[in-house]
Write a protein that binds this ligand. Structure first.
Ligand SMILES: NC(=O)c1ccc[n+]([C@@H]2O[C@H](COP(=O)([O-])OP(=O)(O)OC[C@H]3O[C@@H](n4cnc5c(N)ncnc54)[C@H](OP(=O)(O)O)[C@@H]3O)[C@@H](O)[C@H]2O)c1
Length: 286
């Protein structure tokens, strides 16, 4: 059994993916804006991910903008049939790289078309509707209008499955009352566990939960307890943080981001990392 297979699989809608995927955001230029410093290196990371068995890649038109989608196309098209590309709508980039909400029906329609064109596919496997009511994180407010706009794109045959991102539990409930929600993508990691109850309720409903910033995002995780567990296991703190997420709940799918083949290999090796009970206890207490 390969390392990735050891982590098992889970469903995103009708697609089964390995629980260990890859997040492409880090492949764009500094600040997720503009082209990568080293295009060949970015393409190499994507190819290495897929040849290592990754079958779930997270992306967005807003990364670059357009840059990660174009890199994915250049590196991987024609895509292996098992590869699931998950993209997002709901945000656009300002001329200086600011992240701005963009979720009118016209915005969503044009973002779906941009994703289709840049990824060179006829239908998008999964599109996450990213809610942006606050710059600080999920904030309450109805998502009905934007979700209805994305459902229209689905009825037009351009979107297979719909997910939600940066949402509250109430917004997930609102979305599930409107349509089938295939996955939820929110900020969650070893030290930011505000979604614990949501993860459990989604697990009970067999809906995938995909934490973004699984390694802490732009400020990678730092914890003396994490470092100590890693030292005892002969692993790196990043590997332990990923292994902990895999243990946290069976519906968690990983999409750690990296622009480096070395870090990619290190991260993927975490799929086979076992966490003994005392390590789990120490990590749960962080
Ligand atoms: N829905 C949303 O709103 C949203 C928001 C943010 C992100 N996302 C998605 O979630 C994915 C994951 O988040 P993320 O990439 O921002 O953050 P992340 O996975 O938590 O961490 C990425 C950072 O960790 C570093 N890193 C990765 N592996 C490492 C290792 N083994 N050792 C040391 N450093 C390592 C990377 O630097 P190097 O490049 O140097 O390895 C990068 O700076 C993104 O790629 C994106 O697809 C979604």
């Amino acid at each position: 059994m390969t390392n990735l297979a050891k982590a098992g699989t889970f469903e995103i809608g009708s697609r089964t993916v390995k629980r260990f995927g890859y997040g492409a955001m880090q492949l764009a230029g500094p600040g997720v804006f503009g082209p990568p410093k080293d295009r060949a290196a970015a393409l190499a990371v994507l190819r290495e991910a897929v040849t290592s068995g990754v079958d779930h890649i997270d992306t967005s038109e807003a990364y670059g903008p357009h840059v990660t989608n174009q890199l994915i196309r250049e590196a991987l098209h024609p895509y292996p049939k098992e590869l699931v590309l998950v993209t997002k709508v709901g945000a656009k980039r300002g001329p200086q790289g600011t992240w701005e909400p963009a979720f009118s029906a016209a915005d969503i329609a044009s973002q779906v078309d941009d994703n289709l064109r840049h990824l060179a596919v006829d239908v998008l496997d999964v599109v996450n509707l990213r809610i942006m009511y606050s710059a600080l994180g999920p904030a309450e407010g109805s998502i009905e209008a934007q979700l209805a706009a994305l459902m229209k794109q689905q009825r037009a045959g351009k979107v297979r499955h719909i997910g939600l991102s940066n949402v509250t539990a109430r917004q997930v409930e609102e979305g599930r009352a409107m349509t089938e929600i295939a996955c939820v993508q929110n900020l969650y990691n070893l030290v930011q566990r505000q979604d614990d109850a949501l993860i459990d309720s989604l697990a009970a409903a067999s809906i995938a939960y995909v934490p973004f910033f699984p390694l802490g995002g732009f400020s990678p995780l730092q914890s003396s307890a994490l470092s100590e567990v890693a030292r005892q296991l002969g692993a790196t703190p990043m590997q332990v943080a990923l292994a902990w997420l895999l243990r946290r709940s069976p519906n968690i799918l990983l999409i750690p981001g990296t622009s480096s083949v070395e870090h990619l290999r290190e991260n993927l090796a975490a799929a086979a990392l076992e966490l003994p009970a005392d390590a789990l206890t120490a990590l749960n207490a962080i």
